[in-house]
Design a protein around this ligand. Structure first.
Ligand code: ADP
Ligand code: ZN
Length: 580
């Protein structure tokens, strides 16, 4: 279907200025098609009766609303619920995630994003006492700024600001404060209790994930938004699914139609390659891509579908047995799910070198059934999507670096203490590979005086894994690690070996943060012991801001045990980018 859909904006006059709903099929403002084959139809009709234009099959509502917001006065201070809260509280409605591009504003303009309350009680008190200046976090803005506003983010556009907004098709807004304004003699309704329910407290900025895509403004569960600055002309690749193009600045043309700042239109799915001419900046909104993630662990396989912001849409897991049994289940799960790529974090040793003949093969694994198994090739043949493979620990490290407590850090270590010991590491923002991949579990440690346990590793009697893995603890003390919580001497010794391992890492890759995961680290009492011993062993030799705040330096994984699978999804994102 080759059609450009131009729409008549729905204009809303509001207490503070005007809103132009330029692309909307929402019942509160359903745009009419202007010109072309479908002249005069509502967008909602087009969406329900002519799915072929959009290249998607879904019973759901049209997924986006695009608005231009022209604020003369400040908008009310508001917050949106997430899907779960909205569905429960607002009769099955969806929540609202939105993003803002600042098209124009006064030189000294500002907006409100977030608040300064530390607790719900404190927020409630400040609201009750009307201490808005103490509560609200106001930040300066300028033309070209971009903000992702996730549910729970307190926000408000202020006066003399023009914004292009893309949002989930929903109208659920909780108003926290309206500057005491009245309309037709009445104040507009406030929803303080619901606002307090859904506010993110304390405030944290919403992750604005771009996942390394050039020109991307944001990727999330609801949309991918990219910006293109065009001087002369720019070619766009065809897409099976529709996209919305919004002109942010300047003017130009597409296939004989003139387009100018503030306008948005729909390019049909299957439109084919096209070119935009002129001197302009455009924003392109697309449906988000779905990625596959596989965490191939020694004990279990986790398969998941996810988005580029780390949202896991669906997940299953089953025990790792033999390839004959496990692989068909993996294929069964992913086929027909329309994933655009797959990321795999695998148990090792595994070939992680993309230039190698055996990239993605399991190597000389103690798991005999998997020795030399061509994991990547088999899945690539079955699923026909790009695949990227790394170690499970590098996957977890990447998950924490992209979505977790190590977000944006250059050097990071992720150490797992479980059946084995291994570490994923990043240096200068890149996961460490080299001739193979790091085998951090096998660095040597010094045997503690009085420990006469022979060691678990068949290669190295006194390597880190040999003396400190879960099975080593079990063999040394005659009981499973999880049953030894009440034996301080066990954890005193364990913490010493772990601190020795971490010291080696601190001294080699100089990580900004060390994250500890794996079954053994469920023993929470290990953390303070490890931190103390690491400090003692370093003996004041190095001084850094990070080490000074050791409680925030050696930390547990931050993603509810999803660091591995989220990292695998991110490997999928990278697979897709690299396949271009
Ligand atoms: P794997 O390394 O096989 O992926 P785990 O990370 O769960 O799996 O590690 C398993 C090891 O962790 C076992 O040796 C087990 O005894 C130990 N372990 C599991 N849970 C606990 C716990 N709560 N406390 C201490 N050790 C545990
Ligand atoms: Zn070893």
């Amino acid at each position: 279907m080759r059609e450009l859909i131009f729409l008549e904006p729905v204009v809303k006059k509001l207490i503070w200025g005007k809103e132009y709903w330029t692309v909307s099929a929402h019942e509160s403002g359903d745009c009419l098609v202007r010109g072309g084959t479908y002249d005069g139809l509502h967008l909602s009709q087009l969406w329900s009766d002519h799915k072929e234009i959009f290249g998607v099959e879904t019973d759901g509502d049209f997924p986006f609303i695009v608005k231009v917001i022209d604020a003369r006065d400040p908008l009310s201070i508001q917050v949106h619920p997430d899907n779960e809260y909205a569905s429960k509280t607002e009769n099955g409605a969806s929540g609202k995630t939105e993003c803002w591009y600042v098209m124009d504003c006064d030189r000294d303009a500002s907006i409100i994003i977030g608040h300064k309350a530390e607790s719900r009680q404190e927020a409630a008190r400040m609201i009750e006492e009307g201490r808005w200046d103490d509560l609200l976090r106001e930040i300066p803005v300028k033309k070209g700024d971009f903000f992702q506003i996730t549910p729970g983010t307190v926000h408000a556009i202020k006066q003399n600001t023009m914004i292009m907004e893309i949002q989930q098709s929903s109208d659920v807004t909780y108003r926290l404060y309206d500057y005491g304004r009245v309309r037709n003699g009445e104040p507009r309704a406030l929803h303080v209790d619901k606002s307090l329910d859904v506010m993110r407290i304390p405030h944290t900025d919403a992750g604005c994930y771009t996942n390394g895509v050039k020109g991307r403004l944001v990727s999330c569960r609801y949309y991918d938004v990219d910006r293109y600055d065009i001087a002369g002309s720019r070619d766009f690749e065809k897409s099976d699914k529709f996209m919305i193009i919004s002109v942010l600045e300047g003017e130009g043309g597409i296939d004989g139609r003139k387009i100018k700042a503030g306008e948005s239109f729909i390019v049909s799915g299957g439109y084919g390659d096209f070119t935009i001419f002129g001197s302009l900046s455009v924003m392109v909104t697309r449906l988000p891509k779905l990625y596959g993630g596989l965490e191939a662990g020694g004990t279990k396989m986790v398969c998941a579908l996810g988005y580029a912001d780390g949202t896991i849409e669906d997940k299953i897991s089953f025990p790792t047995t033999t390839p004959e049994k496990s692989i068909p289940r993996i294929i069964e799960y992913f086929k027909d799910k329309e994933i655009c790529s797959l990321g795999i974090g695998s148990f090792g040793p595994v070939d992680v070198n993309p230039d190698s003949e055996s990239y993605g093969n399991i190597l000389d694994s103690p798991k005999l059934a998997w020795q030399h198994y061509p994991l990547k090739k088999v899945l690539e043949d079955a699923l026909c999507v790009p695949i990227k493979v790394d170690t499970d620990v590098n996957g977890s490290c990447l998950g924490e670096m992209t979505f977790g407590c190590a977000e944006g850090m250059d050097n990071v270590g992720y150490v797992t203490i479980g059946t084995g010991i291994g570490a994923g590491m990043a240096v200068n923002g890149q996961l460490v590979h080299g001739m193979g991949h790091p085998e951090f579990g096998h660095i040597l440690v010094s045997r503690i005086e009085g420990d006469d346990y022979k060691g678990k590793c068949p290669f190295h009697p006194t390597c880190f894994e040999s003396l400190a893995s879960g099975p080593a603890i079990e063999e040394r003390w005659g009981k499973k690690a999880e049953e030894l919580s009440d034996r301080p001497e066990v954890w005193e010794m364990e913490a010493d070996y772990i601190a020795q391992g971490l010291m080696a890492m601190v001294l080699t890759i100089s990580p900004r943060k060390i994250i500890l995961g794996g079954g053994v680290m469920h023993q929470q009492q290990l953390f303070p012991l490890i931190r103390k011993k690491l400090k003692e062993k370093l003996a004041g030799y190095i001084h850094t801001r990070e080490l000074d705040d050791i409680d925030d330096y050696v930390v547990p994984a931050s993603l509810d045990d999803e660091q591995g699978i989220k990292g695998a999804v991110q490997l999928g994102v990278l697979a897709e980018i690299e396949s271009k």
